[in-house]
Design a binder for this molecule. Structure first.
Ligand code: ZN
Length: 257
């Protein structure tokens, strides 16, 4: 696992635990355990995020320390744990809906619904984005539980064609422009309430040192490739194919001269 993944995981850990002892212990255990699994890098980060979430779902909520009480009462920590992780991953790490759907074991649409619900919860009553202008026949379909405006702001419009359609539509449709502005208001209002998790960075640094010292740490994709390739060449049948090809090539080359 590389340093930036460790940093993200430590921030995600912070979003699921308010008690800093629980957070440090669980993040340390999960990151160390996953780094022993020898998974390719992207899968390792996902697996670790899934384990962090699983533990937080099962955990007894420990009491917040007096300094953490304000944090505990903040709107963000009143959200269900899955929704906290989703927002922390979207705003803090730019993870995709697809990746989150794999981590949570739900569909992409469900990720969108949970994200939108969490954002609305965080922004109530500051900006309520549900009131919309009139929708024309050519307007993109607006599903209030998972609006296209959120996909647009998360940079998750599925195809280039859809994105071009929306961009050109926005130039001519006032009502969609207003809808997008309202959603944008909610989006950034929610973002302000998602903890940046920067305090997690010192934990990430110590985790990183532990992982560097650990000879079993997860291989990068390039290392994974070479290990796989070496194993492939070691196969007896493959070795024969290689030897015969070298012989055939040398024969051809000498003939040519
Ligand atoms: Zn429109």
């Amino acid at each position: 696992m590389n340093s930036s993944d460790v940093k993200v995981l430590s921030r995600l850990g912070r979003s699921v635990w308010v008690n800093s002892e629980d957070w440090e212990r669980s993040t340390l255990e999960v990151v160390t355990a996953v780094s022993l699994l020898d998974l390719p890098e992207e899968r390792a980060a996902e697996r670790a995020a899934g384990l962090l979430l699983g533990r937080a779902r099962r955990a007894e909520v420990s009491d917040a320390t007096p300094d953490e009480r304000d944090l505990w009462m903040s709107p963000f920590y009143r959200l269900p744990v899955d929704q906290r992780l989703i927002l922390a991953a979207l705003h803090g790490a730019g993870w995709s809906y697809l990746r989150l759907s794999r981590i949570l074991g739900i569909s992409i649409e469900e990720v969108e619904r949970l994200a939108w619900n969490a954002r609305i919860q965080l922004t109530l009553p500051a900006v309520f984005p549900a009131a919309l202008g009139k929708m024309g026949a050519s307007c993109p379909e607006y599903d209030p539980s998972r609006p296209w405006t959120q996909r647009f702001l998360d940079d998750e419009i599925a195809s280039k064609r859809d994105l071009l359609f929306i961009q050109s539509h926005l130039m001519t449709c006032d009502s969609c422009q207003r809808t997008l502005e309202k959603s944008r208001g909610a989006y950034y209002e929610a973002e302000k309430r998602v903890p940046s998790g920067q305090e997690g960075d010192s934990l990430a640094q110590s985790l990183d040192q532990i992982l560097v010292r650990n000879p079993m740490r997860t291989r990068t994709l390039a290392e994974e490739f070479f290990v796989g390739f070496r194993a492939f060449l070691k196969r007896r049948d493959i070795r024969w194919v290689v030897i015969l090809s070298v012989l055939a090539f040398s024969y051809w080359w000498f003939q040519k001269r």
